[in-house]
Design a protein around this ligand. Structure first.
Ligand code: SAM
Length: 277
């Protein structure tokens, strides 16, 4: 099926709503492997029966990861190819599979990815926000206090941010983001590839006015702009911390600049201007 004679774990991306986005390669792989490891076999049965695929399925989900990974490794050892799929999109992207991939790498088996749909990228490219650099964050912690801490840590990040969110939490998340990030452009992409696909573009504050949002959604948020004074202040605080740890101010500014994608030299100049050295 694939070049080489080693048993292979295929990481197969599946549609995120619209079944016609399935690729020929995805179908070929799912038809020809010995076993398909699914996040939820009942859910994947819809996809498999739609395409008349009768390959044996087993479960691989967050609650049986270790046990199931063992079973998959022993199949690979016997020379059987296995495909891993999740309910939608790429396995391992806010979905199970990380543990398995690491064990398969450790055991020296082959891993092949089969490309396909991904909600984060669909939303990003249509958002109208910069796409040259971005951070995929996935889901924030379900507890607001923890989510707030996560947002605080992202506050100075200069690139576009991508979040997954559940409909019952989206209003809370938008108001938390407004509180932590302030005025920023954002785009809420809903029901991607499906009949009711839609995009709400505006500022975070404007998106807070939306109510009763249903379905699956991705939230894209503008990164921190370098010019914002408060954010520069945050970065200078980080420079200061490194200086207190013993780094020279110039090196500390360079390091913080590299981390956040801003000019280290400019940070250093601002640091001097504040008379911190
Ligand atoms: N593995 C998937 C991927 O590659 O996109 C993501 C799985 S994650 C458990 C599910 C989340 O992805 C949803 O809560 C939503 O945030 C996002 N998502 C998945 N399908 C979507 C769709 N059709 N439209 C918008 N968001 C979607």
């Amino acid at each position: 099926m694939e070049p080489g004679n080693k048993a292979t774990l295929f990481l197969v991306a599946t549609p995120i709503g619209n079944l016609s986005e399935v690729s020929q390669r995805c179908l070929d792989v799912l038809r020809n492997v010995s076993v398909i490891a699914c996040e939820d076999t009942r859910n994947s049965a819809k996809l498999l029966s739609h395409f008349d695929i009768h390959t044996r399925t087993i479960t691989y989900h967050n609650f049986n990861e270790r046990q199931s990974a063992k079973g998959i490794l022993s199949l690979l050892e016997k020379g059987e190819d296995v495909a891993l799929i999740s309910d939608a999109g790429y396995p391992l992207i806010s979905d199970p599979g990380y543990l398995l991939v690491n064990e398969v790498i450790e055991q020296g088996h082959k891993i092949v990815t089969v490309s396909g749909p991904n909600a984060a990228l669909n939303a990003l490219v249509a958002s109208g926000l910069p796409t040259n650099h971005y951070l995929f964050y996935g889901f924030l912690n379900a507890r607001s206090s923890q989510a707030k801490k996560e947002l605080e840590a992202l506050k100075s990040f200069p690139y576009t941010l991508i979040f997954y969110e559940a409909p019952h939490r989206i209003e809370k998340t938008l108001s938390l983001m407004t509180e932590v990030f302030g005025e920023r452009k954002a785009c809420l992409a809903r029901e991607l590839t499906k009949l009711h696909e839609e995009y709400h573009r505006g500022t975070l504050k404007e998106l807070c006015l939306l109510h009763d949002l249903k379905g699956e959604m991705v939230l894209i948020v503008e990164g921190c702009s370098e010019e914002k004074e408060t954010d520069t202040a945050d970065l200078l605080k980080q420079v200061d911390l490194l200086v207190k740890e013993g780094l020279r101010a110039k090196d500390a500014a360079k390091k913080v600049g590299e981390t956040y994608g801003v000019s280290g030299n400019r940070l250093y100049q601002n640091y001097l201007k504040e008379g911190r050295e």
